[in-house]
Design a protein around this ligand. Structure first.
Ligand code: C2E
Ligand code: CA
Ligand code: CA
Ligand code: CA
Length: 287
């Protein structure tokens, strides 16, 4: 159990009593197993991307696709990101994994273009750890150039929490990425502590309002008031607003009334494997 001991030393301080609790031991063992397997998976690139549409709230027209990573595990089958992204963030493996995701998204766009598709932009999730410690700007620049695609086809999604800290440094980094032609979206807006004025100073292009707010829309009138305020302020600051997690027709109708720009969620489409996403792009282009 040398690994486990090392983990305990690296991790937060815990009483020895807590450490010897069997559940803790089991959780630790699982994390170590996942970390090892992740290292191999990154080595062999066992990941694929699924793509979830974002559509115009009024016309339903396809506007872009969000790339969502999936781990095609040799034994466990398709593993959802919730089971390995948090581990990868803790171990720092998210930097290598995030790089693979960026490469894959750019390559996919190049393939679609080569197949004659009239592509839409793809947004890629960039985690806090990756944004702070990886050289995301350089990697994005290299990836779009290697793939031979316009940088305007890429958007990045960063959570509010990743934008906490040294605001000048963050603004500089975001500006450098925007200078490439890449748009910046704030992911899961409303779950953190950032203010809209702070985000405007960072020159963010898109506000993705977290799906907890969407979920409340059709049964809590207060949440409509809140949403309306977010939309009007975001528009005044020249940002587009996307509602995440739209699952019902009433939610979509309310969001249209509230002047929300874009919808994303199971009502529109689930995240789609690349081949199905290609069909969606083709259908949108022929409409
Ligand atoms: P997220 O960025 O907020 O992505 C949206 C998640 O909500 C996706 O789950 C999506 O499948 C799910 N979703 C979409 N529409 C609906 C809906 O109408 N209802 C409900 N209940 N859920 C909906 P997924 O694919 O499991 O991803 C979970 C999280 O994992 C993502 O949340 C993101 O934080 C992270 N993630 C996924 N791919 C990547 C990646 O490539 N890099 C990084 N750093 N994080 C990623
Ligand atoms: Ca996202
Ligand atoms: Ca989100
Ligand atoms: Ca702006």
């Amino acid at each position: 159990h040398a690994d486990i001991a090392m983990y305990a030393a690296k991790g937060e301080r815990r009483g020895s009593h807590a450490f010897y609790q069997p559940e803790f031991h089991e959780v630790l063992r699982q994390r170590i197993a996942t970390e090892r397997e992740l290292a191999e998976a990154i080595e062999r690139d066992e990941f694929e991307l699924h793509y979830q549409p974002r559509v115009d709230a009024c016309s339903g027209r396809l506007l872009s696709l969000e790339a969502l990573v999936r781990w095609r595990h040799p034994r466990r089958g398709m593993v959802p990101p919730g089971e390995f992204i948090p581990v990868a963030e803790n171990t720092g493996q998210i930097i290598a994994l995030g790089a693979l995701v960026i490469d894959r998204a750019c390559r996919q766009l190049a393939l679609w273009r080569a197949a004659g598709l009239d592509v839409v932009p793809v947004s890629v999730n960039v985690s806090a750890m990756q944004f702070r410690h990886g050289d995301v700007h350089d990697h994005l620049a290299r990836a779009v150039s290697v793939a031979g695609i316009p940088a305007e086809l890429i958007e990045i999604e960063i959570t509010e929490s990743a934008m906490l800290g040294d605001l000048d440094l963050i603004r500089e980094r975001l500006a450098a990425i925007r200078a490439l032609g890449i748009r910046i979206a704030v992911d899961d807006f409303g779950t953190g502590y950032s203010s809209l004025s702070q985000l405007q100073r960072l020159d963010v292009d898109v506000l993705k309002v977290d799906r907890v707010f969407t979920a409340d829309l059709d049964h809590r009138p207060e949440s409509q008031v809140l949403f309306r305020a977010i939309v009007s302020m975001a528009h005044a600051l020249d940002m587009r607003v996307v509602a995440e997690g739209v699952e019902t027709v009433p939610q979509a109708a309310i969001l249209r009334d509230l002047r929300c720009d874009e919808l994303q969620g199971y009502l529109v489409a689930r995240p789609l494997p690349a081949a199905d996403a290609a069909d969606t792009i083709r259908r949108a282009a022929s409409e």
